[in-house]
Write a protein that binds this ligand. Structure first.
Ligand SMILES: NC(=O)c1ccc[n+]([C@@H]2O[C@H](COP(=O)([O-])OP(=O)(O)OC[C@H]3O[C@@H](n4cnc5c(N)ncnc54)[C@H](OP(=O)(O)O)[C@@H]3O)[C@@H](O)[C@H]2O)c1
Length: 304
């Protein structure tokens, strides 16, 4: 099935989401160029090509869409102040660099689809939020606002900008799910902290489909939540993993798991695991986007 997309540049196309996105774009007949820090060594699928950032602005000349996923891994290691700077700058500066390059194009890209994250809304109570809800507070919310702000600057160049606030991406091989499922497999899984905090997730195939739709459909402009329509509490999600793996969850008191998580991961524990939000994809649904995996049960049956 084609997308109507011709040439697409994917920044950060070597990552968890990017690799699947590149393959999906190629399968649908697009011509894909991956923007990477390691063009000489990066292995890209047949039909795609790898390019360094110094190839800007020429690389962006007249492309149908730029999909921007680049950024240092948020959960890769503890958040020292140097790490927080790297997390922020690897998003704001790379996005600013893309927009600056678009400014140098005779024919700028038609669309910029730029990743953001549901950290934008966190922390929240248990009331659902959608794209009309204002930002939360703290490091991740600040990073997301600054990151989105850099991307939005492309609008002034006549580029359509779609911001996708991505939830916890569920994939078989990478990201959060294997790490969450591992203790459950060992019969050592439990809810984290209170367990009532929202866990807004998305199956990687639905996210890839959403990014492609955002790139090709002129109606997709502004912010979109890259989450499935049925976010759950942390406890309900862990129970579904346990059911799927036919293991019990340990009835560990919430304060103990919260303490252990904080000791192990520091500040990152709070923002990524102990706080959350119930994030609804109101705008994509209003535009008729269909999720293949609307429920966590269906997603986990596919992935575990
Ligand atoms: N996975 C999730 O659950 C999730 C949730 C919410 C939001 N997101 C966001 O969605 C985007 C894609 O996620 P992902 O899981 O695919 O990320 P990923 O696997 O960490 O890949 C991100 C890519 O960004 C590039 N990158 C890393 N550090 C960089 C730097 N300092 N400067 C420029 N480029 C850099 C890397 O490409 P090269 O090494 O080839 O340069 C890397 O492959 C990220 O921005 C992430 O924050 C992901």
């Amino acid at each position: 099935m084609g997308t109507g997309l011709g040439r697409v540049v994917v920044a950060g196309g070597s990552g968890l989401v990017g690799r699947k996105l590149v393959r999906a774009l190629l399968d649908r007949g697009a011509q894909v160029q991956v923007l990477t820090r390691n063009p000489a060594t990066l292995h890209v699928p047949a039909g795609a090509s790898a390019h360094g950032w110094e190839g800007l602005p020429g690389l962006l000349e007249g492309v149908d869409a730029v999909i921007n996923l680049a950024g240092e891994g948020i959960a890769d290691r503890r958040w020292s102040s140097a790490r927080k700077t790297a997390i922020r700058d690897s998003r704001t500066r790379t996005t600013a660099r893309l927009v600056e390059a678009m400014r140098g194009c005779g024919q700028p890209p038609k669309a910029l689809v730029s990743a953001s994250a549901i950290g934008y809304y966190i922390p929240r109570d248990t009331r659902p939020v959608d794209e009309g809800t204002g930002p939360g507070s703290g490091f991740l919310a600040e990073v997301c606002r600054a990151w989105e702000g850099e991307a939005e600057a492309a609008s002034a160049l006549g580029v359509r900008v779609a911001l996708v606030r991505i939830g916890v991406v569920l994939d078989r091989e990478g990201g959060a799910l294997p790490k969450m499922a591992l203790p459950v497999r060992w019969c050592a899984g439990s809810k984290l902290g209170a367990g009532t905090q929202g866990l807004s997730w998305i199956h990687i195939d639905d996210l890839v489909a959403m990014l492609i739709e955002a790139a090709r459909n002129p109606a997709w402009s502004g912010a979109f939540n890259g989450t499935a329509p049925q976010p759950l509490s942390n406890e309900a999600f862990m129970q579904l993993i346990a059911q799927r793996l036919r293991r019990p969850l340990l009835p560990v008191p919430g304060f103990l798991t919260a303490l252990a998580t904080r000791l192990l991961l520091g500040e990152m524990a709070e923002a990524l695991l102990l706080q959350g939000a119930f994030v609804l994809p109101a705008r994509s649904q209003a535009l008729g986007f269909q999720f293949r995996f609307p429920t966590a049960k269906a997603a986990l049956e596919d992935l575990l």
